[in-house]
Design a protein around this ligand. Structure first.
Ligand code: PLP
Length: 422
């Protein structure tokens, strides 16, 4: 989706001077947009008890996390390094949710130590956990929902959560072990923009929670609907009606639990930061091959989505060119992989070497999914703040970073006692 008008115009004010002195490629994020998306979420759930726990994996930079924490956001983590990042910005136990799968004992222990709210993805993990947290939540598999989401696995293909038929038993077991406080989690979709569908999935989880509550005789402190709220990537995509979503979910919740209404939790990443970032890149050159190819100085190592998800569209624009006179082109990076393409069969103007291209919607799962295969170093992250100032919040990687974990001297680990004689 073309970035918001305010981000576009504020970026246009700083970009010419910025690229004179700062090397491309880099991601740049819009502080105002991030704050406003967080506020929109909070506003849409204003008629009930609600909190967002930002999915750290989407944009794990402490300057962004700190910004969100100041707005009241908690954090959804699934690893110990993610906990550490959250602690660095002043988050305490109750600000942190631990939603992992295939969870190791060490990570579970880490979550217990910081006092995070823990969601158990599997009954076995719960049963093997000897020291239980005060409150226990289970993740319900997405298997009883109406529509299959390719990314979540849907039905029997999902690796996430406890199958519906075992979930009552899970809460019974927790109750039998003396647990008094409960939550429940289910994440059914990714990048969902169909408001009615999102509401119907929420309604389903609320009624399952009610059934568990009645049958097992436990009360729920919260229902966690996961992340997955979508933002439009293509100019023709519709957007979620957030106010309608929030109001409807609150209404269903209050009807199901009129006395002690559980808190509503969301763990969105993409919805909060996704549209508020762009990858700024320079054109290396254009080429005539089977098609016309525009080559950029960024590669999929700086933005992996288009390379790994067949339908992942990221809008591309040339902010200093006439976007009306176009040709059909592919926009590519430099990795020695043919799927290193930011856009295929796009109608774009033909730029010259050095022209600036923007790849839109890189504020979530962009830099964080990056890698440095082929010696492509990960780019910087910059923040455009509300006063129009630009800050470097992560420097670009250097050669020293690339080789940082390689030992100068091989470290001797052991010598085999019996060498095979062939
Ligand atoms: C990835 C993930 C999220 C965030 O997803 P978005 O699509 O960025 O909203 C939230 N919760 C869990 C458990 C996840 O795996």
């Amino acid at each position: 989706m073309p970035i918001s008008e305010s981000f576009e115009s504020n970026l246009a004010l700083v970009l010419p001077r910025l690229i004179e002195s700062y090397p491309t490629p880099f991601h740049i994020y819009d502080e105002e947009g991030i704050i406003s998306s967080h506020k929109q979420l909070a506003d849409s759930f204003s008629s009930c008890d609600f909190r967002l726990y930002f999915a750290v994996k989407a944009l794990p930079n402490k300057h962004i996390l700190s910004l969100l924490h100041k707005q009241g956001s908690g954090f959804d983590c699934s690893s110990i390094p993610e906990f550490q990042l959250c602690k660095d910005v002043g988050a305490v136990g109750s600000d942190i949710l631990f939603t992992s799968n295939n969870t190791s004992h060490v990570e579970l222990q880490g979550a217990l130590e910081i006092g995070a709210d823990i969601t158990f993805d599997d009954l076995k993990t719960f049963e093997n956990c000897t020291q239980l947290p005060e409150r226990v939540a289970f993740r319900l598999s997405p298997d009883s929902s109406q529509k299959t989401d390719a990314a979540m696995g849907g039905a029997i293909n999902s690796k996430f959560g406890i199958p519906f038929k075992h979930v009552f038993d899970a809460y019974q077991k927790a109750k039998d072990r003396g647990v008094k406080k409960f939550g429940i989690h289910r994440m059914t979709y990714t990048n969902e923009t169909d408001t009615e569908f999102a509401v119907s999935v929420a309604r389903e989880l609320i009624s399952i929670t009610k059934a568990i509550s009645d049958k097992v005789g436990v009360e729920f402190d919260y229902i966690n609907f996961g992340g997955g709220l979508g933002t439009p990537f293509r100019p023709t995509d519709s957007s979620l009606d957030l106010m309608m979503f929030g109001a409807s979910v609150c209404q269903v919740m209050k009807a199901a639990f009129p006395c002690s209404t559980p808190k509503i939790i969301l763990e969105c990443g993409r919805f909060v930061t996704g549209p508020h970032g762009v990858l700024v890149s320079s054109v290396v050159d254009t080429y005539k091959k089977g098609k016309t190819i525009i080559g950029l100085d960024a590669s999929m190592s700086s933005l992996m989505r288009p390379g790994i998800y067949p339908n992942a569209y990221h809008h591309i624009s040339f902010p200093f060119m006439d976007m009306e006179r176009t040709e059909l082109v592919d926009v590519v990076g430099s990795l020695c992989e043919n799927n290193d393409k930011f856009g295929i069969d796009r109608n774009l103007p033909i730029p010259s070497s050095g022209d600036i291209a923007l790849i839109h919607d890189t504020g979530a799962h962009g830099h964080s999914m990056g890698f440095n295969y082929n010696g492509r170093l990960r780019p910087a992250e910059l923040l455009l703040n509300r006063s129009g100032e630009v800050f470097e919040i992560r420097r670009p990687e250097t050669y020293d970073d690339y080789v940082a974990t390689i030992l100068n001297q091989p470290r001797h680990l052991l010598t085999s006692t019996l060498r095979a004689v062939i």
